[in-house]
Design a protein around this ligand. Sequence first.
Ligand SMILES: *Cc1c(COP(=O)(O)O)cnc(C)c1O
Length: 501
Amino acid sequence: MVYESSRSGSVGRASSATAVVRGIAPDGGLYTPVEVPILADSVLRDAVGQSYVERGYRVLRPFFDDFADDVLRTSICSAYGADRFDSPKVAPLSPLTENEAILELWHGPTSAFKDIALQLLPHLMSEATDMIGEKRDILILVATSGDTGKAALEGFRDVPSTRVVVLYPSLGVSPIQRLQMVTQQGSNVNVLAVSGDFDDAQSGVKRLFADPGFNNELASLGFVCSSANSINWGRLAPQIAYYFSAYCDAVSSGALKYGERINFVVPSGNFGNILAAYYAMRMGVPVHRLICAANANNVLSDFIRTGTYDRRRVLHRTTSPSMDILVSSNLERLLFEVSCHDHELICSLMTRLSETGWYSIGADLLRTLTSVFWAGWCDERTVTETIRDVYTNHGYVIDPHTAVGQAVYEQYVLESEDDTYTVLVSTASPFKFAGTVVAAIEGSDVATSRSDTEMLDMLSELTGLPVPAALANVLQLPQRHLDVIDPAEIGQAVRSCLSLP
Ligand SMILES: *Cc1c(COP(=O)(O)O)cnc(C)c1O
C-alpha cells in the first residue's frame, strides 16, 4: 500500500514503513492510504469464527503489504498475547440490552483502549526502521491527554533503539493517570508535565516536529523523531481491527444476522478512534451510523452538526480528560477522505484553522459526512447520572468517557428512533477513574472520604472484577518523573532528556 500526505497529495508518497517511521508527513499533513482496501465478503464471513489475532491479521495485511507475512503475523501474536491482555478475546463484546453491547477496549496493560494500538506499534516501528535502513534511534515524542502517554511508555519501554518522551498537561489528567505516568519504569523513558492544557502540549510537539533546526540537532545526536499519537498511521490502523472484530462477535453471538447493519458510538477527542470505525466501514463492515460523542468540549459535535469547526472557545476540564481537546488532528484525514483526496482543500482549511481558529466546509461535503456520522455532546451532570443509571439498571460499571458515549447514544435514539443494533465503544476501565465513578454511584461524600486504594477496592466490589494489578501497583511504586515545564520550554526540555546518559 502506498500512502500520501493529506496536504500534498501524490507529491509526497511513501511506503507504509516510511509512514510509520516518520509519523507525520514532512509538509505537516497526515499519511493516508491512497485507496482503502475492500475486504472480500468471504474474509468477513470467515472471520466470524476466528480469533482476534487472525481477524487483526486480515485487516492489517493490505495496509502493511510491504511487511513480510510472518513478521506481521508474529508481531500481532506477541502484541495481543495473554501476558499483555487479560481477556483472551482482547476486545470482548459485553451485551447491555438486546439491542446494545459494550465493546471493552481496556483489557490491556494500562487499562485504556490506546493499548490495542500501542502494544503493536513498537513491533511495526522496529520492523519498519530496518526495512527502510534507518540507522538512527527513534525518538517517540508524545503529547497526551492522559491515556496515550502511559500506553506509549508501556509499549515502548526498553524497546532497543527507541527513546520515549511524554508530555502531559499538568492539571489535565486524573490522579491515577498521573501516577501511572510518573511511576513509569524503563531505561529509555522520560515524562514531563507541561503547565497548560492538552492543546498546549500537542501544539508544542507539533512545532518541534516541523522545526528543521530541532530535527537537524536530533540527527546530529543520532535520533530521528516519530509519533505514537493517532496522527501516525501505524497507530490508527490497528484500531480498525476491533471494529471488524466487534461485528464478527455480534454475528457469532446471534445478536446480528450476517450482513445486517450496526451502529458504533465512540467517545471522541482527537477523532482517531471513530476514524478507525469509518475505515472499517469503507473496508466492508456493514455500518449504519457512526455516532460521535463529545463531552462539554463540544467542538467536534458542533462541527458535524453545522459544518463549522471553531476552536475559539475555552477548554473545559471535565471528568473525561482524554476528550478535553479543541483541535482534533484526525479530522483532517476524514476530510481528506470525504473530499476524495482534495489536498488543496485540506491545505486551505488547515491554514485557516491555524491562522484564524476556525473554518467551514461546504454543504455538499457536510451532506456526505452526515450520511454516516451523527454527533452529540453531554454535560458533566449527565455523565454522573449516566454512570449511576447504567449501574442501577444493568449492574454494569462504566468510566466517565464511556458514559459520555452512552448519554449521547440515548439522545440519538430519542431523536432518530433508530433501533439498529448498536455497539458502545468503552475506551477506559472504570478503575482508571475510580474517584469519579465511586462518587457517581455512591455519592460524592463517600468518594471524598476514601483513599485511592479504598476506592479501587470499592469498585472491585461494584464491578465484581479484580483491581487491575498494574493500577494497584502504581500506588506503591516510586515517583520517578516529577518535572513540570512551561510550554515555551518544551524544546529545551526534550533536548536535555536526550543528552542524559
Ligand atoms: C484517547 C481517548 C479518547 C479519545 O479518543 P480519540 O481517538 O482521541 O478520539 C476517549 N476516551 C479515552 C479513555 C481515551 O483514552
